[in-house]
Write a protein that binds this ligand. Structure first.
Ligand code: CP
Length: 338
C-alpha cells in the first residue's frame, strides 16, 4: 500500500504525506542500488509484470532493474509481440496475465485512463508507467527526489553518509518552471501535482497552442515567454514535443520552437540564476528543446533523475507488492539491512 492506496495511478490522489512516505523509503533503496552487490531478498517470491503498449527506455528498464534488485521476478511484455495484434482487448489482456498470479502490473499505455481501467478489473496492484497525457507518477516522484537532493545540498554525497539524506521539506517555497509541450505531457501533470503538494511555486511555459486551459486552477502561473518563466527559477524542467500525441502541427517547425522555447548556453548563462538546475524526463531531442552543451553541462541533473528513478521504483514495488504492510520506516531499514 502507498498510504491508503493499493495502486499508483497518479500523484493527484496522493496526499503530501503519502508522497513523502515513498520518497523517504527511496533513500534506503538508493543506498542498496549503490552497493557493489545490489541484491536484497526483500521481494523474493513476488512477481512484477511490465505491460508496455508504448516504447520506453528509462521507465521499463528501471522497473525491471528495481524488481530484480529486490529479488522479485520481472517479466517484460510488449504489445507488438502479443495477442493485442490479433484484437485482444486491454482488460482481457490484463485479466489473462493476472491469471498467472503476478503481484504487480506496471502499465504504460497511449490512452489516458488505461491503468485505472485495468485496476478496476484485476485484484493485484497496478502501477501506471505513463498513460496518454494523463500522468506519469513515478517520473513525478523521481523528479521530486532529484530536486530535494539539489535543494538540500546532498547531491554527490555518498548515500548513507551522515547528513546525506535529502530533505523533502526543502522543495517548499522554491520556484520551478516546466517548459515545453505541457498539453501533451503526462510528466508535466504529475510534476505539477507533486511540486505543488510539496509547496513549490510552479510556472508553466510554452507556445500558446501547447498550454492547456486551467493550469491556474492547478496552482501554476502561465507564461508564453521563456525568459519570463525561467528568470529567478530554482529549477527548470524542459520537455520534448510529444509528436506521437499531436495530430495537426501546433507550431510552424522545430527551428522556430527551438528559437523561442529551446534553452541554449547563451540563454542559460544570461537568464538562469547560478544555482538553477535543469531536469528533463528524456528522451532529449538535442538541439530542439535543449542544446547538447546544456543537456550535458554542469546544471544538468538528467542522469541523477535516471539513477533516482530506480530507487523510486524500488520503493513503489516494495510498498505495492506487500513488502511494507504500512510500516515505511521499518521496511526501509529492513531493505537496507538485508
Ligand atoms: N521518462 C520516460 O518516461 O522515459 P522513457 O519513455 O524512456 O521510459
Amino acid at each position: 500500500m502507498i498510504g491508503r492506496h493499493r495502486h499508483l495511478i497518479g500523484l493527484e490522489p496522493l496526499s503530501r504525506e503519502e508522497i513523502v512516505g515513498v520518497l523517504q523509503l527511496a533513500i534506503s533503496m538508493k543506498e542498496v542500488l549503490r552497493r557493489p552487490i545490489k541484491k536484497v531478498p526483500t521481494l523474493r517470491g513476488k512477481a512484477v509484470v511490465n505491460l508496455f503498449f508504448e516504447a520506453s527506455t528509462r521507465t521499463r528498464t528501471s522497473f525491471e532493474t528495481a524488481a530484480k534488485i529486490l529479488s522479485a521476478d520481472a517479466l517484460n511484455w510488449t504489445s507488438a509481440s502479443s495477442s493485442v495484434t490479433k484484437g485482444e482487448t486491454l482488460v482481457d489482456t490484463a485479466r489473462n496475465i493476472e491469471a498467472m498470479h503476478p503481484d504487480v502490473l506496471v502499465i504504460r499505455h497511449p490512452a489516458g485512463g488505461a491503468p485505472q481501467l485495468v485496476a478496476d478489473h484485476v485484484s493485484c496492484a497496478v502501477v501506471s508507467a505513463g498513460d496518454g497525457a494523463h500522468e506519469h507518477p513515478s517520473q513525478g516522484l523521481l523528479d521530486l527526489y532529484t530536486l530535494a537532493e539539489h535543494f538540500s545540498g546532498v547531491r554527490g554525497k555518498a548515500v548513507g553518509e551522515k547528513g546525506a539524506a535529502p530533505n523533502f521539506g526543502s522543495i517548499a517555497g522554491k520556484t520551478i518552471a516546466i517548459v515545453g509541450d505541457v498539453s501533451h505531457s503526462r510528466v508535466a501533470r504529475s510534476d505539477l501535482h507533486g511540486f505543488t503538494k510539496l509547496g513549490a511555486r510552479v510556472r508553466v511555459c510554452g507556445p500558446p497552442t501547447m498550454i492547456p486551459q486551467g493550469m491556474e486552477t492547478l496552482g501554476a502561473t502561465v507564461h508564453y515567454q521563456l525568459r519570463e518563466a525561467v528568470e529567478g527559477a530554482d529549477a527548470v524542467v524542459m520537455l520534448r514535443i510529444q509528436h506521437e500525441r499531436i495530430g495537426d502541427p501546433l507550431i510552424p517547425g522545430t527551428r522556430e520552437y527551438s528559437k523561442f522555447w529551446g534553452l541554449n548556453e547563451k540563454k542559460a548563462a544570461e537568464w538562469l540564476t547560478p544555482g538553477c538546475v535543469i531536469l528533463h524526463p528524456g528522451p532529449v531531442n538535442r538541439g530542439v528543446e535543449l542544446a547538447p552543451e546544456v543537456a550535458d553541462g554542469a546544471r544538468s541533473v538528467i542522469l541523477d533523475q535516471v539513477e533516482n528513478g530506480v530507487a523510486i521504483r524500488m520503493a513503489i514495488l516494495y510498498l505495492l507488492a506487500g513488502g511494507a504492510q504500512g510500516a515505511h520506516t521499518s521496511a526501509a531499514e529492513g531493505a537496507a539491512r538485508s
